[in-house]
Every structure is written in C-alpha cells, then in structure tokens.
Design a protein around this ligand. Sequence first.
Ligand code: NAP
Length: 247
Amino acid sequence: MPMDGRTCVVTGSARGIGRGIAERLGEEGANVVINYRSSEGPAYETVEAIEDLGGEAIAAQADVTNREEVERMREACHEAFGPADVLVNNAGITADTQFVDMSREEWERVMDVNLGGMFNCTQAFYDDIWNAEEGRLINISSVVGKQGNFGQANYAAAKSGMFGFTRTIALELAQGGSTANCVAPGFTHTDMLETVPQKVLDRIIASIPLERLAEVEDVAATVRFLASEESSYITGEVIDVNGGMDL
Ligand code: NAP
C-alpha cells in the first residue's frame, strides 16, 4: 500500500476534513497520530475507525497554539511510531465578521490557531521531516486565502499567509529531499459551514462550476497523493480542490 509504514501526524483530525485525511492515510497503511484539542470522544472513534480499516493510530491531545502540548504530541508520536514522515497542518478556525466590526481579539485568535499552530507544529516536527525518506509538510489553506471572502479578513489573511510560509519551507527543506505543499479546498461539507445560512450556501454553490460543495473525501484524496512518494517532484505548490472556482 502507498502509505505503508509511513508515520503521519494530522492536526485537528477528530472531525471534519482532518478526520477524512487521517482515515484515508490509515486505510492506505500509514501509522496516524490523531490530534485533537477538545474532541476527545471523536478522536478515539477515529482511532478505532482506522484500526478497523487495518491501520494503526493513536490519539494525542494538544492545542496547537500551546508549544508544550505540541512537544508532548511529538513525544507521543515518537514513542508509538518513531519520527514522523508527514505532518498535515489542518487545525483551523474562523471568527467571521465584517472588518469594520472586527476586534483585535478576533484577529489574533484566528492568527494564533491558523498560523501560530502551523508554526508550532512545523517547528516541532521539522527535524523529523528533514530526516525522513521523502518527508512531507502539507498545509491546509483555503480558496478564501486566494480570493478573499466577505466577513473573513482575518481568516483570508491567515490562509494566504500559509502560501508564503509553505513556499519558503519548501526551499529550505529541498536540500534534504523533502517537500512542502499547500492544499486549498473550496467550501467543504463540515461543521465549519454549519453557521453559514442556506441562502449564502446556495449562492456559493451557484458560483462553483462543478455545482456542488467539496466533500472531505475530495480533499483527503489530494492529501493522500501529496503525502505519498508518488508526489516527490512537487514542492512549494498550492493545489486547489475547489470545483473550478478559479475558472
Ligand atoms: P471543523 O469541522 O470546524 O474542524 C476544525 C478542526 O480543527 C477540529 O478538529 C478542531 O479540533 C481543530 N482545531 C481547532 N482549533 C484547534 C487548536 N487550537 N488545536 C488543535 N486543533 C484545533 O473544520 P474543517 O472544515 O474540517 O476544516 C479543517 C481545515 O480545513 C481548516 O484549516 C479550515 O480552515 C480548512 N478549510 C475548510 C473549509 C470548509 O469549507 N470546511 C474550506 C477550506 C479550508 P477539536 O474539535 O478537537 O477542537
């Protein structure tokens, strides 16, 4: 299997896109670290789901904004499986409001998780990825980072910040033979869209050439490809999974 024996850490993987990624990697033979902040029950359910698919997984609690907790997650990964080959920075939040009403706290909260969490986890696992045979850093950005979106100045800034970070780390990792890429999903069926009113969703779907939202499986399949050795000559890229929203 393509991911056989590869150790993958997926942040925020007890639910949503992260869970879809974790299950796909586990199904294909990876050892998976299921990171969660507060979704403990779903994290252990994800571990069981991966074990049922024939893979191996552990759950590791860590708020990605907390360096000590991220260090403990790295230790748990090393103890269970050894160094990581793949880190998927997936954990993310929104705090939507028009810019005129946006508080400094809403700005910082979104930066802290989406960019600060990526910084903490990448730094913790950087040596693992550098030393791995075909190490991979995969950052989950968003179509919003490319296009912007009404009421999401903080989130759009964080998600486009991931592009510059990824390109730079791609340059720095290249000498060690490892890669860094971004995946930029379009609007995807998860809890994150729960607060979006149906009439706004209908307007979004009408603007998507493929006429549907993304499913977590669409994103997971792309991450699976980037995480495998099959993608070894792709680095510093942003791969869109958005149903043609840029066309
Ligand atoms: P979601 O259903 O809201 O899940 C968010 C995940 O992030 C949860 O697993 C949550 O863990 C985790 N998380 C949040 N803050 C965290 C923290 N401080 N430390 C550790 N984990 C934390 O979101 P989603 O839709 O699956 O989104 C996943 C990623 O895809 C995000 O980066 C998001 O920006 C991006 N994305 C989503 C969409 C979309 O339309 N859904 C589109 C483009 C990009 P707990 O439950 O344990 O707190």
